[in-house]
Design a binder for this molecule. Structure first.
Ligand SMILES: *[C@@H]1O[C@H](CO)[C@@H](O)[C@H](O)[C@H]1NC(C)=O
Length: 221
């Protein structure tokens, strides 16, 4: 009975948005079962900015942010490939950002912007903006947003060898492109306008499998 009530409480908690300031999701194990589903406040996008902070020791390829729609599983996908590249997919062939400084066992801030008018996608890794690249892409509607696993079908089709192992924090998503200055403020953890689609201070999420919500302790005070 006590367990049942606890389960009820956990379910109730997951249903209401939570303030995750100072916290992180820990993915402590490779699997094709552990992930976090994020419920967006808006579901129709002509432009996107996604920012997050991440740390891992994976040398293989792995997913950082997976947004699928009913019409395409790689509608907006941020993916670290095995070679020294980060790929950003918007429905079609990815924008490829190589020669970066994505080091293991180091916290990185990663931001990406895209808009359907220019079809141009851009990546920021920490304080470094990469070249702006054309990927095209039409409006994105009815997303399923998942971190920890890469969706090969809408809301599923996970592959253990592309899963994320490590920690992810400060996930924000906007339905417009942030200016370089605003991205700089995010990276430097200064004041910035939280995401109007995903807001880490008001996050509606559902954990499946072995994912922990923990304090993000960086240093000892
Ligand atoms: C983000 O969440 C915080 C805390 O609930 C809230 O004060 C703020 O208005 C939200 N921002 C947006 C853009 O939704």
């Amino acid at each position: 009975m006590a367990l049942y009530i606890l389960l009820l409480m956990l379910t109730a908690c997951a249903a209401t948005p939570q303030d995750l300031s100072g916290k992180m999701f820990t993915f402590p194990q490779e699997s094709n079962t552990a992930y976090v589903q994020l419920t967006p406040k808006r579901v129709d996008f002509g432009a996107i900015t996604v920012c997050l902070r991440t740390i891992t020791d994976l040398n293989r390829n792995h997913v950082l942010f997976s947004l699928s729609t009913p019409s395409g599983s790689d509608a907006f996908l941020i993916f670290k490939s095995t070679i020294d590249e980060i790929l950003i997919y918007v429905h079609g062939p990815p924008g490829t950002f190589g020669g970066e400084d994505y080091k293991v066992n180091t916290w990185h801030s990663i931001c990406s912007t895209w808009d359907s008018v220019t079809g141009v996608v851009q990546l920021w890794l920490d304080n470094k903006p990469f070249i702006r690249k054309y990927v095209g892409g039409a409006r994105i509607r009815n997303p399923s947003i998942i971190i920890g696993q890469e969706q090969d079908s809408h809301g599923g089709g996970f592959d253990k060898t592309q899963s994320f192992v490590g920690m992810i924090s400060d996930v924000h998503m906007w339905d417009y492109t942030l200016s370089a200055c605003e991205i700089q403020n995010y990276v430097d953890e200064l004041n910035f306008t939280p995401g109007n689609v995903l807001n880490w201070s008001e996050l509606d999420f559902q954990i499946t499998g072995r994912v922990l919500t923990e304090d993000k302790q960086m240093t000892c005070h």
